[in-house]
Design a binder for this molecule. Structure first.
Ligand SMILES: Cc1ncc(COP(=O)(O)O)c(C=O)c1O
Length: 411
């Protein structure tokens, strides 16, 4: 069968795949409950508080805070950790810009290090090598739900007296040795933006196991207020990063079906990895054996163009899309963003411009990953197994005709 890009019938169309987001009467009923409650503000209603507690419990953390989004969660975490002007925070190169943005918002210096080429998560050796007397914290990103080595990172941070934050924006439902993502670091930060595994359009949650750190973050999120004290007593700086009750209500509904979805995604992802491994030049994103469940924000696999007649990644992606496979795209490595190449941080880091020169920074593994990984949208993992396996079939079809595609298509 000719691949669709050469005029064959596409393997599937978008109708086959579940839509995202998903909702039903649970969302309707909880939204209506929040409406009829009349306490629409998060301090008056209880949807946000209940959601934050339920979400924390699901991920085996003691405390949860409901926040506007998954960027503000990290800002609140950094504030609570005492990270500020001129401090250094080590972050990985392969992440969404928000991981760095939260550090810049604290007027701290993002120290960007490389990632492990197989798992795409922060490289521990690079973290250790980047520590200086000014380092205050490390943020690890669980890329596409594959967890960074939280045990080793926790130990390394403890050894160097550093704060450890997990950016779990991709990792709802990731579990490591029985414990949830976000429960290992001083803080675990989650996003509920529309593409995430649970969503209210926007939203964030900040998990924590330490009562004092949690209280500090809560105070920052709520205008510097302190629970139980006078309404207009603001003992410290804070801002308004409160989630709305509508989001809290929707997220409680999303959480109620999340466990079943997570199991289905994990089963389908494992089967897809096995099927892809049968095609030379393709292999799934690596994950540590101690991780028993992965909250696939995307299904990510490595692509080797040599096994496809030298076909560039962008052409391979175009071929997959023409077979009807919904794809996202890798983040560019942070050091290649114009903002970093030109140190264009607006009013941030003015006094630290010498330390914040990224123009010569090279991150080979992050840069290579951005050019050689395929990101499939997570909604496909909620399909029937045979449909998911068609992704491997599509890749094989493209490989069989790779030479012809390369001769026919303009690069
Ligand atoms: C790795 C990572 N960190 C942080 C964020 C920021 O989350 P939000 O969009 O909710 O601010 C995202 C969102 O896409 C993300 O992918």
């Amino acid at each position: 069968m000719l691949p669709a890009i050469l005029g064959g019938p596409p393997l599937c169309d978008d109708q086959r795949w579940p839509k995202w987001p998903q909702w039903d009467d649970t969302e309707r009923s909880l939204l209506s409950e929040a409406l009829e409650h009349g306490g629409w503000w998060t301090g008056d209603g209880d949807a946000c508080e209940r959601f934050a507690n339920e979400f924390a419990q699901f991920h085996t953390a003691r405390f949860g805070a409901a926040v506007t989004n998954g960027t503000h969660t990290m800002e609140a975490a950094l504030f609570a950790c005492g990270v500020g002007e001129g401090d250094e925070v080590i972050i990985p190169g392969l992440t969404f810009v928000a991981t760095a943005g939260a550090v810049l918002a604290a007027n701290a210096i993002p120290v960007i290090v490389d990632v492990d080429p197989a798992s795409l998560c922060i490289d521990l050796v690079a973290v250790e090598a980047a520590i200086t007397p000014r380092t205050r914290a490390v943020i690890a990103v669980h890329v596409a739900g594959a967890m960074a080595d939280v045990e080793a990172l926790g130990a390394l941070c403890a050894r160097h007296n550093l704060m450890f934050i997990e950016d779990c924006a991709h990792a709802h439902g990731s579990f490591w040795a029985g414990r949830g993502a976000g429960s290992f670091g001083h803080f675990g930060s989650f996003s509920f933006q529309r593409s995430k595994l649970m969503t209210a359009g926007e939203g964030g949650a900040l998990l924590c196991n330490d009562v004092e750190l949690h209280a500090k973050a809560q105070s920052y999120i709520n205008c510097g207020r302190v629970a139980g004290e006078h309404w207009y007593h603001h003992p410290n700086y804070g801002t308004n990063l409160r989630m709305t009750e509508w989001q809290g209500a929707i997220l409680r509904a999303q959480l109620s079906r999340f466990d079943a979805q997570n199991r289905q995604r994990n089963g389908n992802a494992a089967a897809l990895s096995d099927a892809l491994a049968a095609t030379s030049g393709l292999r799934g994103q690596a994950r540590d054996l101690r991780q028993e469940s992965q909250g696939h924000y995307c299904y990510v696999f490595h692509y080797d163009s040599d096994a496809f007649a030298g076909m560039p990644l962008a052409t391979f992606e175009k071929c997959l899309q023409s077979e009807g496979i919904p794809l996202g795209v890798s983040y560019p490595s942070l050091n290649t963003l114009e903002m970093f190449r030109t140190s264009n941080f607006g009013p941030r880091l003015r006094s630290f411009s010498a330390s914040a020169d990224y123009s010569k920074l090279s991150l080979p593994a992050s840069e290579f990953a951005a050019k050689s990984t395929v990101w499939v949208e997570h909604r496909v993992l909620l399909s029937a197994r045979r449909d998911v396996l068609d992704i491997a079939e599509a890749a094989q079809r493209i490989q069989r005709h790779a030479g012809e595609i390369m001769r026919t298509l303009p690069l």
